[in-house]
Design a protein around this ligand. Structure first.
Ligand SMILES: Cc1ncc(COP(=O)(O)O)c(C=O)c1O
Length: 311
């Protein structure tokens, strides 16, 4: 997906021109993958725009940094304010927001502790992530998700995405739009950049955090909405074959939003169409983010935008 640029990027407390947001090739992150980051969406509503669950995303960034012993010199409130300032300065909505903290130019060698921590936040237009208008055709990957006690999957770290890249490339080369990885015990884990849900006999299932998944903020939102709609929810380890015989299945993620799965390994899920439970959750989610329904959980942080550019 080509990157669309905006005017400014936030760097260590200041807005700088997009093209000036550069790092040295000898920065620690380039060699050792020492970054943590976030992906956040800002949605357009009739009377403006709102950033979806900004505080939860920035809290996850702070937690990812904590796991990697990376001190962030900004508070949660300052990071939230930085995002609002940036979007308002760039005037682009709807948009995707990418905060990233990493170990910069300092020392060579694996130990990151003496390399400075740099923080940047960019925003840019970005549309649909998982393609397939009538549902996504996906596969089970031959790659496993991160093994426990190797790479912490609750940290959204740049290095985790080398595993995601293997999953995604394999899927792409074999003619699928996305791959789902199993964990190292063979249970369902997640997509390369999405959490996984399935529906069977009216019950909504998702894989728990112990199956090497990211604690997705969209995942959490769907669990909240399911409980609101009275849909029974079960978080438990799920065998691969349950997906094949599910009535419905879908991905969630900031980029993927709520994307229903038409087939897995060419086995059609249900009748291949978006089923009633997925449809209800999809509607409940989009009603809130679009402003069609009241924001009863305070999920949207308002931003004032001068100009709207549709992604
Ligand atoms: C590996 C992985 N799992 C799950 C998700 C979904 O998380 P969220 O809903 O917070 O975007 C993402 C996206 O950030 C991801 O990269």
């Amino acid at each position: 997906m080509p990157l669309e640029t905006t005017a400014n990027i936030w760097h260590n407390g200041e807005l700088i021109p997009w093209e000036k947001a550069q790092i040295h090739v000898m920065s620690h992150v380039v060699h050792y993958g020492s970054s943590v980051f976030e992906g956040i969406r800002c949605y357009a509503q009739d009377n403006g725009a709102g950033v979806f669950r900004l505080t939860e995303h920035m809290q996850r960034l702070i937690h990812s940094a904590k796991i990697y012993r990376m001190p962030l010199p900004y508070s949660l409130e300052q990071l939230n304010e930085a995002v609002v300032e940036l979007i308002e300065a760039n005037g682009v909505t709807p948009c995707y927001i990418r905060p990233i903290a990493f170990r910069g130019y300092g020392e060579i060698g694996v130990n990151p502790l003496k390399s400075p921590v740099e923080i940047y936040i960019a925003n840019f237009p970005w549309g649909k992530y998982v393609s397939g208008h009538n549902g996504a055709d996906v596969c089970i990957s031959s790659w496993n998700r991160l093994a426990p006690n190797t790479m912490p999957s609750l940290a959204k770290a740049g290095a985790n995405y080398m595993n995601s890249q293997l999953i995604r490339m394999e899927a792409d080369i074999n003619g699928y739009v996305e791959g789902i990885a199993l964990d190292t015990n063979g249970y369902l884990s997640e997509g390369s950049g999405e959490n996984l849900f399935l529906v069977r006999d009216g019950v909504l299932y998702t894989t728990p955090l112990a199956n090497s998944v990211l604690n997705g903020i969209t995942r959490d939102s769907i669990l909240v909405l399911a409980r609101q709609l009275g849909i029974p929810v079960v978080e438990q380890a799920l065998p691969r074959e349950l997906l094949y015989i599910a009535d419905e299945a879908f991905f969630t993620g900031t980029a993927a939003e709520v994307t229903h799965l038409r087939s897995v390994d060419r086995i059609v899920i249900g009748d291949g169409n978006m089923g009633p439970v997925t449809s209800a959750l999809h509607k409940a989610f989009f009603d809130i983010v679009s402003g069609a329904a009241p924001d009863k959980y305070n999920w949207l942080t308002p931003v004032k935008v001068r100009e709207t550019v549709t992604a």
